[in-house]
Write a protein that binds this ligand. Structure first.
Ligand SMILES: [Zn+2]
Ligand SMILES: [Zn+2]
Length: 194
């Protein structure tokens, strides 16, 4: 069972989604989008796929906010996959705790989230915490990326970075600022997952 996991598309039109990602969607058994679509048009295009699951993000306003839930649990081969965008989860007790809180004590085998635009795949206390990064490569992501989950008796997770030649002036400036910190230190400012 192959699942393509994407987040933070932040785009107005479906043709802005990188071709490599579309190819992966076409070859998946299921697709999970972790929010921050930014447009209803894109949601409708994704909904053309079978087995499409999604949650809304902090950028998904109006119709988008009501069309899809804030959290969901997708069951695949007996594994419970919690999905949530992740905004509002940076609590004093840590991001990981904030994410867990969203599932009200439901036991999950994995929590998939987005929002930070930083890819992560880490197992803590038998729960996989997985963020595929941003398909738009938005700051502080260093590049566009998406994720693959393979699920049978276990869950295997992969972050797939995309080659990109596009760097805006804004992103270059943001890199310059980010380089004052090591990536790890920068990430600590957002979450304690690393
Ligand atoms: Zn975002
Ligand atoms: Zn967000």
């Amino acid at each position: 069972m192959k699942i393509t996991v994407i987040a933070d598309t932040h785009a107005q039109h479906f043709d802005q989604i990188p071709k490599d990602i579309i190819k992966s969607l076409d070859n998946s058994d299921a697709i999970i989008h972790l929010g921050d679509f930014d447009s209803m048009e894109i949601l409708r295009e994704f909904q053309q796929y079978d087995n499409f699951f999604a949650v809304n993000g902090n950028h998904d306003k109006g119709e988008l906010k009501t069309a899809i839930p804030e959290t969901d649990i997708v069951e695949v081969k007996g594994k419970k996959i919690g999905i949530v965008h992740g905004h509002g989860c940076v609590l004093p007790l840590g991001f990981q705790y904030g994410l867990l809180q969203r599932f009200n004590g439901n036991k999950v085998d994995a929590i998939l989230f987005g929002h930070t635009h930083i890819a992560v795949s880490k197992t803590i206390d038998d729960i996989l915490f997985f963020n595929p990064g941003s398909t738009a490569g938005r700051f502080p992501a260093e590049q566009k990326s998406y994720g693959i989950l393979e699920i049978d008796s276990e869950i295997r997770s992969y972050v797939i970075p995309l080659k990109t030649t596009y760097k805006s002036t804004f992103i270059n400036q943001a890199y310059a600022i980010a380089q004052e910190f090591s990536p790890r230190e920068l990430y600590y400012r957002v979450t304690t997952l690393y």
